[in-house]
Ligand binder design. Structure first.
Ligand code: ARG
Length: 458
């Protein structure tokens, strides 16, 4: 059998053109979606009397047996048949004869491929939401173990104020929570059905688009056929959300790389998530978080790639749109792979509480608290800031930390100091008094964990 569109042609397609224009090498990933779309379309054609119901039934049986062959990996897809749509249609005609040729009534590959992409992204978006939740659960797990674990909190990567380690990891919980919300929101637009738009202008057959939408579980149909066949906003949106997710994964990975360095040693990644060096026997490299950080680049690239494909396209379908697929598949696979690794890596890492605690004993991250102390004794904050600046300088010069200074030394800087200053400076106290909503005090962190767990129950 020759090309499905061969009628108008007198020459064979050049082999290089065939290879260059074919998408079957990658769009075979859409086989299940393509068959699902066809099953709904042909059911509607039968119900509307556009083709006899018994033909519709034969086509459905044929499609179902092709689906089984696809599931069992028995189909050999052919470059000559260009893309997934024509590969399947040709298989169908081979299987059930010329009645199979009725399937494409009232439809075009343009509304067909758009529908396949919507179906594919709907499934993947739903799966990714679950994978994000696994990461969130791992973060909550570490948080629960570490409400009272103190770690230096940084700004400008300089020690700022001590925080609860749980508070630090929960910051990522909320990033992933917003990512989940974005994915859920995007489903509204993924759930617009393009099928029934024909090549660009609609169809002459009395089709029922709402019925197809119902059969495929779409919420609504595109109200404009030209928009329907050329819209790829839903993919752009997915690639944007995917890029934001990878940004969050990358920031967390960066922290894990820093924390597991010899210089910090705040966490130790499980051996099963690290690799060695072929030359330096002592090394245990954090390859997984490094690669997660590195893979973020391809997600951004896929987004910029599709934005660029779309920016100059006139309506309606243009072959350029075939370039929407590989980047989308790649971002889906990158996200799946990354999230699947991230959850167990967080679960199995060892938090070195004593190292973190030692770090806090050796810094000035309690300086704000003596400033606040003097403010509570009536000194204006600006003046208190000045006094404490001098104390810190003095301490650095005498090789001491704030808790090492004697009471007499404090009194020399201000008569407002009393013996309770040492209590105020204790790191546990410094953390416990940041008890405003959303703050790092254990009381607030426990509330936050309850809130977070509630989000996972929703
Ligand atoms: N393989 C094509 C794509 O991925 C399917 C649509 C082709 N339509 C067309 N009129 N050539 O975009």
């Amino acid at each position: 059998m020759s090309k499905l569109w061969g009628g108008r042609f007198t020459k064979e397609t050049n082999k290089l053109v065939e290879e260059f224009t074919a998408s079957i090498t990658f769009d075979q990933k859409l086989a299940k979606e393509d068959i699902a779309g066809s099953l709904a379309h042909v059911q509607m054609l039968g119900e509307c009397g556009i083709i006899p119901m018994e033909d519709a039934e034969k086509i459905k049986d044929g499609l179902l047996s092709i689906k089984k062959m696809v599931d069992d990996q028995e189909v050999e897809f052919l470059v000559e048949d260009e893309d997934i749509h024509m590969n399947i249609e040709k298989l169908l005609i081979e299987k059930i004869g010329s009645v199979g040729g009725k399937l494409h009534t009232g439809r075009s590959r343009n509304d067909q491929v758009a529908t396949d992409m919507h179906l594919y992204l709907r499934t993947k978006t739903t799966e990714l939401i679950k994978l994000l939740e696994d990461v969130q659960k791992a973060l909550i797990g570490q948080a629960k173990e570490n409400v009272e674990t103190l770690i230096p909190g940084y700004t400008h990567l300089q020690r700022a104020q001590p925080v609860s380690f749980a508070h630090h990891v929960l910051a990522y919980f909320w990033m992933f929570e917003r990512d989940k919300e974005r994915l859920i929101d995007s489903l509204k637009r993924i759930n617009w059905l393009p099928l029934g738009s024909g090549a660009l202008a609609g169809t002459t057959f009395p089709i029922n688009r709402e019925r197809v939408a119902e059969l495929l579980g779409f919420e609504t149909v595109y109200p404009n056929s030209m928009d329907a066949v050329s819209d790829r906003d839903f993919i752009l949106e997915f690639l944007s959300i995917g890029s934001i997710i990878m940004t969050h994964i990358s920031r967390l990975s960066e922290e894990l790389v820093i924390w597991s360095s010899q210089e910090f040693q705040f966490v130790e990644l499980d051996d099963s998530f690290c690799t060695g060096s072929s030359i330096m026997p002592q090394k245990k490299n954090p390859d997984v978080p490094e690669l997660l950080r590195g893979k973020t680049g391809r997600a951004y690239g896929n987004l910029i790639g599709l934005l660029t494909v779309l920016k100059g396209l006139p309506l309606a379908y243009n072959k350029d749109l075939q370039e929407d697929k590989e980047g989308m598949f790649d971002t889906v696979e990158t996200l799946e792979g990354s999230l699947k690794l991230l959850a167990p890596m967080i679960d199995t890492m060892t938090v070195k509480k004593d190292v973190m605690r030692k770090a806090i004993n050796n810094d000035f991250s309690n300086a704000t608290d003596i400033a606040d102390y003097l403010v509570r004794k009536g000194l204006p904050f600006r003046e208190a800031h000045e006094v404490i600046g001098k104390i810190v300088l003095y301490a650095i010069q005498s090789n001491k930390f704030l808790l090492d200074l004697s009471f007499e030394e404090y009194q020399e800087f201000s008569p407002l100091f009393e013996e309770d200053i040492y209590q105020v400076l204790a790191p546990e106290h410094v953390v416990a008094v940041r008890n405003s909503f959303g703050g790092t005090a254990p009381e607030q962190v426990l509330k936050q964990i309850t809130l977070a767990e509630g989000k996972l129950q929703e």
